[in-house]
Design a binder for this molecule. Structure first.
Ligand SMILES: NC(=O)c1ccc[n+]([C@@H]2O[C@H](COP(=O)([O-])OP(=O)(O)OC[C@H]3O[C@@H](n4cnc5c(N)ncnc54)[C@H](OP(=O)(O)O)[C@@H]3O)[C@@H](O)[C@H]2O)c1
Length: 322
């Protein structure tokens, strides 16, 4: 099968096409014919071994200390079930599915545990749209629901509101009943307001941490704000939730717990079939929609990585797998 592989960490050019043996589903597994995937921030970070701060060591331990252990990248996928392993009766062959893979979706086939993060694709979504969801929407869901425990009526500032996670954070916070302020550059004003934000701040024209509005939650999907600045615009019991963190944020999270006042929480995203079903529910209720910025064919993966790494995308960068 055709796949995109990398054998050393480095710039987008380390990625190249290769012919790999088609994987076989083992007991309890399904074989998926991949039709669409995407390039996420996780993909370029793994390709470049570019982990923020103290995450360098766990990052390298996870992906391979001196070179990548798993040669194929790609965490989001959509396609159809091509074969079932022993003991698996559902989803039946031919079912359209999408999900989150730890084994690499930038290939024509991948194997998933049948009870893993893989669910049937809603009939209303194309493969490209389904592949645009899992990474960003699961991250937003887990951080907003489990770490922030957003309540209706709370005010939320989403920094990086037009990016891979931000476009879903705006929609999901709104679906949870929050009043959302989106922060991105001016060109993205209409897009962010169209996703459900009630206020928009252009970070190039105005520093929202110098403003007079106070928030229950500052959700930073970019790494543009630190705790000292976020505190200035948080209510006394408010929370700063940065997706990127290092040793400093770990210490600040501990200290804020002891000292009282605005808090900081750090955490990592999750990937379960149950949460994919939650996203499907939001889609069927019209509260969530996938957003695709660009679609590249698998052969143009280097270009797609360059674009995502520039950090100015508007939603997902999808890869179509012919
Ligand atoms: N902890 C976890 O488990 C976890 C999970 C998922 C992701 N992450 C991390 O979270 C980050 C989120 O990734 P992503 O895919 O959403 O990023 P992304 O798509 O690269 O973010 C781009 C967005 O950031 C905006 N932006 C750029 N500079 C900004 C600034 N100075 N102030 C405000 N907004 C700015 C861009 O707006 P303009 O284009 O308008 O400039 C665009 O909206 C990644 O670093 C990822 O590694 C962590």
């Amino acid at each position: 099968m055709k796949a995109i592989v990398y054998d050393r960490y480095g710039p987008p050019e380390v990625l190249h096409e290769a012919d790999l043996p088609q994987p076989e589903p083992g007991p309890g597994e399904v074989l998926v014919r991949v039709r669409a995937s995407s390039v996420t921030t996780a993909d370029w970070r793994m390709r470049a071994a570019a982990y923020p701060g103290i995450l360098w060591l766990p990052g390298r331990l996870m992906t391979g200390l001196t070179r990548p252990r798993n040669r194929v990248l790609g965490v989001e996928f959509a396609g159809e079930v091509a074969a079932l392993g022993e003991g698996v009766s559902a989803p039946v062959q031919g079912t359209r599915v999408f999900g989150f893979s730890g084994k690499g979706a930038h290939a024509q086939y991948l194997v998933m545990p049948a009870d893993g993060p893989i669910v049937e694709t809603p009939a209303t979504l194309s493969n490209e749209e389904a592949a645009a969801l899992p990474f960003g929407a699961l991250s937003a869901l887990v951080f907003l629901r489990d770490f922030a425990r957003i309540q209706p009526g709370q005010s939320v500032a989403v920094v990086g509101a037009s990016g891979g996670v931000g476009i879903y954070a705006v929609q999901i916070a709104r679906a949870m009943g929050a009043t959302v302020t989106g922060i991105a550059s001016g060109a993205n004003r209409d897009l962010v307001l169209g996703l459900g934000a009630v206020q928009f701040i252009d970070y190039r024209a105005e520093d929202f941490t110098e403003g007079s509005v106070r928030y229950d939650l500052v959700f930073d999907a970019v790494g543009a704000v630190d705790f000292a600045r976020a505190r200035r615009v948080l209510k006394p019991g408010g929370l700063f939730l940065p997706l990127n963190f290092g040793f400093r944020e770990m210490m600040q999270a501990l200290w804020a717990k002891i000292a009282g006042g605005p808090r900081l929480k750090i955490g990592t995203s999750g990937d379960t079939a149950a949460d994919l079903d939650v996203l499907k529910g939001m889609i069927s209720e019209g509260k969530l929609r996938p957003m695709i910025d660009r679609t590249y064919p698998l052969e143009d993966i280097v270009e797609a990585h360059r674009y995502v790494e520039a950090r100015h995308r508007q939603g997902a960068v999808v890869i179509s797998v012919a």
